[in-house]
Write a protein that binds this ligand. Structure first.
Ligand code: DX5
Ligand code: ZN
Length: 330
């Protein structure tokens, strides 16, 4: 997964369509973080690609998350099919002529990430009505339809940082994707604009090129851009790094976890290195993403003290009543 911040979604649009199973395996081995699947209907864009059946097949060939980018006029009509095909995220275009909110709601209800894409000429303000339903904003830096086009720098400059605004309701996990013309020439620039996911198509499938090297290079350049433009020269915190926020006995840990998650911060409870309790059980570690550690401390630091004190009292009372049970041997 790598230690940096930027993540690469490999677009298979320019791979050999007769051999897509092999293409995703190759991208996975080369270090891609996910697979970007460009679905085109020959109507919304002047090109035709693959559908949900193909995604179903791809799903069996890779463990990587699948991001569907639907360039189709009627995503609402087919959305269940794409959900059932096993997409981890589904992004469709805000420029379509049908209701958008119900489709976003269906994607989210299925537990997948929901996104809207904007063509180069579409202003970001088109996303305004759907703000709270978005997990992903995909900014197109070429006209949708084909791989291998030239990156539109002015569009990236105008929209990439601003796109984050539309995701400000999400403390963690929100993603800005940049799609079109991303390669080693443009990666540092988009990284400096805080983009989370770089979609890379044609640059990965050049004959005779080492795909792994391409991916490592693009990631490193994007992180460098971020570090020097947006992060005051500090190395970025990896998006998927978790840190320990609290250690508590099971019941307290479960209650506290629910409280924190209700505040929009994802929590992992691990049977980790916590102390043993008088009933023989071991404290759980509550882990939160490192990127929101400071916010978690700010919001839940006092509550954590309360839970600690409460747990100490419980331990004392339990020990006074039942004595200590030896911890189970591992
Ligand atoms: C274009 C697609 C892109 C395409 C990008 O409509 O949305 O995902 O694969 O290809 P490159 O990286 O070559 O611009
Ligand atoms: Zn795409």
């Amino acid at each position: 997964m790598g230690t940096g911040r930027a993540r690469i979604a490999a677009s298979i649009l320019d791979a050999d369509h007769a051999n897509l199973g092999y293409a995703v395996k190759r991208a996975e081995r080369a270090g891609a973080d996910r697979i970007h699947i460009d679905v085109m209907d020959g109507h919304f864009v002047p090109n035709l690609t693959f559908g949900h059946k193909m995604i179903e097949g791809i799903r069996k060939r890779t463990k990587l998350p699948l991001d569907a980018h639907l360039m189709i006029s009627e995503p609402g009509r087919f959305i269940e099919k794409y959900i059932d095909a096993g997409c981890d995220s589904i992004t469709f275009h805000v420029e379509i002529d049908e209701p958008i909110a119900p489709t976003l709601e269906k994607i989210r209800a299925a537990g997948r990430a929901a996104g809207l894409a904007v063509k180069p000429k579409t202003p970001l303000t088109a996303l305004e009505p759907y703000r709270l339903l978005l997990d992903i904003v995909l900014v197109m830096t070429v006209e949708p339809g084909f791989g291998g086009q030239t990156f539109m720098r002015d569009v990236a400059q105008e929209k990439l940082l601003a796109a984050r605004e539309y995701l400000s309701h999400k403390l963690h996990g929100a993603e800005v994707h940049v799609d079109g013309g991303v390669n080693r020439e443009t990666a540092e620039f988009v990284g400096g604009l805080g983009v989370d996911i770089l979609v890379i198509g044609s640059a990965l499938w050049i004959k005779g090129h080492d795909m792994g090297r391409e991916i490592r290079l693009v990631k490193a350049l994007a992180d460098d851009g971020y570090q020097y433009r947006l992060n005051q020269g500090r190395p970025p915190i990896p998006r998927d790094k978790m840190v320990r926020f609290a250690q508590l006995p099971r019941e307290a840990a479960w209650k506290f976890m629910a409280e924190i998650e209700a505040g929009g911060i994802p929590v992992l409870a691990l049977r980790g290195s916590g102390q043993f309790n008088p009933d023989g059980s071991q404290d759980y570690d509550l882990m939160v993403p490192a990127t929101v550690e400071a916010i978690t401390i700010e919001r839940f630091g006092e509550t954590r003290e309360r839970y600690r004190a409460e747990s100490d009292r419980w331990r004392e009372a339990y020990a006074a009543e039942h004595g200590w049970t030896a911890p189970p041997k591992r």
